[in-house]
Each structure stands twice: as structure tokens, then as C-alpha cells.
Design a protein around this ligand. Structure first.
Ligand SMILES: [Zn+2]
Length: 464
């Protein structure tokens, strides 16, 4: 079945194609590790996880790279403000390297709790300094850079199509960007490739470079890393919608200026999480909800949040509230109970995946990851007249995409070895119409504390 994604670059749903047949290079912008991820950030990683699982479900081999921003992300837009890592270090009285390690581990724990599949390659910004410096040199040789008192900048006026991703009006953008003061910048949209360490104080994270001691600009790392690890497989690049106007726009400008080639064919962006009342969640705001304080500390399975995120399409803002948490929790419990019922209901019946529902499910997820529709298909399937064993096989197949650990419910009811071996033997004896053996095995299973029922859907084994 064909696969369609909405591409921010072209502003339309397009049929997906990969550069190399059967393989996809996927780059997802990772966290800036100066604080915990809030659940708005995590929504984006869930959307990217679904994207990756859908690609795999469609038979692609995916090579996924995610960066860890542990230097160079400043608190203000357009290279103003303080380095967030140094801010985090000052806030907690630790050094920036320890802060980075601590919050990297916290992030990895969060995504594991959400059953997000790890990238194939994790890469820290501070581990790719040589590649980032080489990229600035390349841009310098091609005449795209200039020097100011505080760093080396990219001249955006030299790159035509600067706004091809954001589709913004460049003049309006220049006006908007003018409010921030850096009189040495030639154009308000120009951005730092390399920033110098301040003369009056020593930074905790700084490196030598051909231009002087300092640190890389935030946008640089994602270009350097994706080209290093994905090279000729620049298929899909993702992030939150807040990355479109500046971060991803600048990544495209510096990468395409350096290579003269198109940088990524597909750009996909996840929408914000909005707190009931209309506020966007931010680390600086009071409503800084994390997996820990919104779910774990209230004894709510964090997968409830994963479940909740499926009910709003990834390109639409998702509203979040206490009632929303409660509804998500109940929604997941309900689904788990439905699956437990089909698990308990049949053994030894037809184990084929329902082609009808698989088709419907694929139709939903392949249509720009339409998870609300996919969840409706799951409900339709579970309530349908297909047999319980088929329901189980089918839902476990869908779980390869939804990732709600439904297979654990199947394992939960795993029978003791001695019972299972007799069940297997009884299925064989019934198939060969050896009813004497079948009856003997039934008596043995019942003596072990289980009821045996033969139904049209197969054998049911129920604990007495
Ligand atoms: Zn990035």
C-alpha cells in the first residue's frame, strides 16, 4: 500500500519515496539536555516513533539518528542570550558536563517509559566538533561567512530560497528579527556558526578553532551529524513545529550552501501540546509537566500518555488537562481489558491476521500517520465478529505500530510449561482425530487446575 506524508517543504501530502530502495535515513532533532523534557516535547518524540514504526511496518529498513544538544543552544532566538547548558549548571550548582550527562540519562529513561524505540545512533554535539568546524570552513571557503566581534556568521542573503521551508515573507521576517540587537549582523536573519568565548569569563565548554576559542552555533550540529551519519540517505528530517522558522531553515541554508545539493527530501513536524486554557507548554512556564510529575507520581502508567497522543493527529495542537490524563488512563485500561479478554478466550484456533482489518489499519497509518483513525479501526476490529484468536493475532500485529506493550498481556497469561505442552499435544491429537489421547490430555490438564473448553474458535483454557 502506498505511503503518504505531509511534507512541510511542499506544504502537501506526498507519496513517500526513499533515496535507496527499501531503506530510509531518518534524522530527528534531539533534546537540549539542560532540564527534564516536558510532555509537550515528548509528544514530538512519540510522533517520530510512530513514523519510524510505520516505515518499518511497511517493510523499510530505517537508519535513525538522533542528536543530543549538549552545547550551543542559547536561551534567546537568533543567537542571543546565554547558553542553556551553562544556565542549567548555574541553576543547580553543577558543571555543564554533569548537567548534560544527568539530563541525557533522564531523557533516555523517559523515552523508554513511553516505549519509544531507541535511535540506531545517538550522537552528542560535543562529540562532533571536528565535523562542525570542517563545515564552517567549507562555508567560509565558499564565501558564505563573515566575522563579527562575537562570532562567525552565515550570510543568509547569499542563500537564495532561505524561506523555502517556512514559506515566510522574507521582508516581514527581517523586520521581525530586527528587534533583537546585534548591530554587526548584515541581515537580521543571519545566524552564528561559531561563537567566541567571552573575553572576561571562561566558559565550561569551549574549543579551539581556526577563528578563535569558542563553541558551535546550535544549528550547525544537526547539519554536521546528519551528513556524517546519513550521507547519501537524507530522506526524512523531523522536529517540532517550533523548529521550522529558524532551526530547520538555518540547517537547510548552511547544508545546501556547503554541498550544493538538496538537504533532505521530506520535512515533517509535530504540533504543540496546549494546556487547557490555550497556553503552549514551555519549560519557563509554571505548567511544566513531566512524565514524572504528571504520571508516575500519580501512579499512572506513562503509556497512558502515549495512548492519549494517538487521539489527536500529530499536525494538530493537542489539548491537555487533568481530565485528559484521567481519560487517557481509562482509555488504556479499557483497551488492555479488551485484549485480556481475547487472550483468555481462545487457544489453538485460526491464528491468521485479519486481512480486512490489516488493510483498514494500513490505510489509516499510511495516510500521514492518521492515528485517530487507526485507533478507531482497532476498536472496530475488537468489536467485530472475527474470532478471538484472529483478534489476538491482529491486535499484536497492530501493536508493532502503536507500541502499547499489548504482547505483555499475552505473555501474562502464559501457561505453565507442563500445561502448555499438553495443550499443544491435544491440538495435534484432535487434528488427527485421536480422541482417546485428546480425552486423556484433557483429564491431565484439568487435574492441573485448568478448565478445557472446545469452541468453534478453538480450545479455551481457563484457570479454575
Ligand atoms: Zn536539530
Amino acid at each position: 500500500m502506498k505511503l503518504y506524508f505531509y511534507n512541510t517543504l511542499t506544504r502537501q501530502k506526498e507519496e513517500f519515496y526513499s533515496i535507496k530502495p527499501g531503506e530510509v535515513g531518518l534524522y530527528t532533532c534531539g533534546p537540549t539536555v539542560y532540564n527534564y523534557a516536558h510532555i509537550g516535547n515528548l509528544r514530538t518524540y512519540i510522533f517520530e516513533d510512530i513514523l519510524k514504526r510505520v516505515l518499518i511496518y511497511n517493510g523499510y529498513h530505517v537508519k535513525h539518528v538522533m542528536n543530543i544538544t549538549d552545547v550551543g543552544h542559547l536561551s534567546g532566538d537568533r543567537d542571543m542570550g546565554e547558553d542553556k547548558m551553562e544556565q542549567g549548571a548555574a541553576r543547580e550548582g553543577k558543571n555543564a558536563w554533569d548537567i548534560a550527562d544527568y539530563y541525557t540519562q533522564a531523557f533516555k529513561k523517559d523515552i523508554a517509559r513511553l516505549n519509544i524505540v531507541d535511535p540506531d545512533i545517538w550522537v552528542k554535539a560535543t562529540d562532533t566538533l571536528p565535523e562542525q568546524i570542517a563545515l564552517v570552513k567549507r562555508l567560509e571557503e565558499k564565501g558564505y561567512t563573515y566575522r563579527t566581534a562575537d562570532g562567525i556568521y552565515f550570510d543568509t542573503s547569499k542563500f537564495k530560497d532561505y524561506t523555502k521551508l517556512s514559506h515566510q515573507d522574507l521582508e516581514a521576517l527581517q523586520e521581525g528579527a530586527r528587534v533583537e540587537r546585534n548591530p554587526e549582523k548584515r541581515n537580521p536573519t543571519d545566524f552564528a556558526l561559531w561563537k567566541f568565548s567571552p573575553k572576561d569569563s571562561k566558559r565550561q565548554m569551549e574549543w579551539d578553532s581556526p577563528w578563535g576559542v569558542g563553541f558551535p552555533g546550535w544549528h550547525l550540529e544537526c547539519s554536521a551529524m546528519s551528513m556524517k551519519f546519513l550521507g547519501d540517505q537524507l530522506d526524512i528530517h523531523c522536529g517540532g513545529t517550533d523548529h521550522i522558522d529558524v532551526h530547520h531553515t538555518n540547517e537547510i541554508a548552511q547544508s545546501e550552501a556547503a554541498t550544493g545539493k538538496r538537504f533532505f527530501n521530506f520535512w515533517m513536524h509535530g504540533a504543540f501540546l496546549i494546556i487547557a486554557g490555550g497556553k503552549k507548554m514551555a519549560k519557563s512556564a509554571e505548567n511544566f509537566l513531566t512524565l514524572e510529575n504528571a504520571f508516575l507520581s500519580n501512579d499512572i502508567n506513562p503509556l497512558s500518555y502515549r495512548f492519549a497522543s494517538f487521539l489527536t493527529h500529530y499536525r494538530k495542537p493537542m489539548e491537555f488537562s487533568d481530565e485528559g490524563i484521567e481519560a487517557a488512563r481509562n482509555g488504556l485500561l479499557h483497551l488492555q481489558n479488551q485484549v485480556r479478554q481475547v487472550v483468555a478466550a481462545g487457544i489453538g484456533g485460526d491464528k491468521a491476521i485479519s486481512a480486512e482489518y490489516k488493510n483498514k489499519f494500513l490505510g489509516a497509518v499510511n495516510d500521514d500517520l492518521n492515528m485517530p483513525r487507526a485507533m478507531a479501526v482497532i476498536q472496530e476490529m475488537l468489536k467485530s465478529s472475527v474470532s478471538d484468536t484472529v483478534k489476538l493475532t491482529t491486535i499484536l500485529d497492530f501493536d508493532r505500530v502503536v507500541g502499547l506493550n499489548l504482547d505483555q498481556l499475552d505473555q501474562e497469561r502464559a501457561l505453565p510449561e507442563a500445561v502448555q505442552s499438553r495443550v499443544d499435544a491435544r491440538i495435534t491429537s484432535r487434528t488427527s482425530k485421536d480422541f482417546a489421547t485428546s480425552d486423556r490430555l484433557r483429564a491431565e490438564i484439568e487435574a492441573m487446575g485448568y478448565l478445557v473448553q472446545d469452541t468453534k474458535d478453538g480450545m479455551k483454557i481457563i484457570k479454575k
